[in-house]
Design a protein around this ligand. Structure first.
Ligand code: ZN
Length: 310
């Protein structure tokens, strides 16, 4: 390096678009670029070109859609595992960047990156245990427990798949049997944007029917109460495209109090003000994931102020 302050790079690698960003040593975003997700070769080449324009680059963080092998040292580390997305099964989202940019690359799942972004720079700052749930095309959760990101089996060969938990469905109120190709009416099969589109015949952003959003709030509240009882988080951030609808979070908060049913062991906050602080939208808006990816890079890089975390 030539003495200039280095940049840190981050990629939120999604199924429809990749958001790339470079940040300063403190993690402040300086420039971003959105690249459509096409083939692995074309998408990665475009991302490399973006980062080549920002030298010296100290490290890169990648938060990717999955399932993905995030276990360092594994022979398939950095590879997307079985995915229905054409061309992406077995795609390597780490090695091409190491080779082209010559920097350390740290990888995690997209929801863990979003959780990390909100934990370090957003609504989860200073909290030891909190959760980020995305309700978008799919449903997923990234969690911080005791000051570390939660990974799963074999330290990340597999990772938690909270989107596929089972939640009760009343077949009279909701005859739709769910959109999950594996489980039908799991959480994602009932509450994702894809589930809403198939149940109501139009995408969530074009749905105004209050009963549609009441039902959605029921499912998201069930997810939130399950997260509450399993992790006892200090706060739950609910992000993703579906969660942008203004009616959703207020209805989730109201339903949560009823679902908790006054159970004395429940850490569900009592009172509207406390509830407003407990279930919140992302403070970083659409940038939680890429900000988290930059934090992965800062943790991998040489900057003296780099944050360390598990
Ligand atoms: Zn499922």
């Amino acid at each position: 390096m030539d003495g200039a302050a280095p940049f840190y790079g981050g990629i939120e690698a999604g199924g429809t678009k990749w958001v790339c960003a470079v940040a300063d040593v403190e993690g402040g975003l300086l420039a971003t670029e959105v690249i459509p997700t096409t083939t692995p070769e074309t998408t990665i080449r475009a991302a490399v070109r973006f980062f080549e324009g920002h030298r010296p680059l100290a490290a890169l963080g990648v938060g990717t859609f999955g399932p993905v092998d995030v276990r360092p040292g594994s022979p398939t580390y950095g590879r997307i595992l079985a995915t229905p997305k054409p061309g992406w099964a077995n795609a390597d989202v780490v090695s091409p960047f190491r080779a082209a940019l010559g920097v350390p690359v740290r990888l995690d799942t997209d929801v863990n990156a979003a959780a990390l972004g909100e934990w370090r720079r957003g609504a989860g700052m200073g909290l030891g245990t909190f959760a980020y749930m995305t309700v978008g095309t799919g449903v997923g959760v990234g969690a911080v427990v005791n000051d570390g990101l939660v990974h799963g089996l074999l330290h990340g060969l597999l990772h938690p798949e909270f989107g596929h938990i089972r939640i009760p469905r009343d077949p009279v109120r909701d005859p739709f049997t769910g959109s999950c190709p594996f489980h039908g009416d799991c959480l994602e099969g009932l509450a994702s944007g894809e589930a809403m589109r198939r149940r109501w015949g139009r995408p969530a952003e074009h749905l105004d029917d209050p009963s549609a959003w009441e039902l959605e709030a029921e499912y998201v509240a069930l997810a939130v109460v399950n997260l509450t009882y399993t992790l006892s988080p200090e706060r739950i951030v609910v992000g993703g495209g579906v969660a942008k609808h203004p009616a959703l979070l207020p209805a989730v908060r109201a339903r949560l109090l009823t679902l908790a049913a006054g159970y004395p062991g429940a850490p569900v906050p009592v009172g509207q003000a406390a509830m407003d602080e407990y279930v919140v939208g992302p403070s970083l808006g659409d940038r939680s994931g890429v900000a988290g990816a930059v934090e992965l890079a800062r943790a991998a890089g040489p900057a003296p102020s780099s944050p360390r975390f598990r």
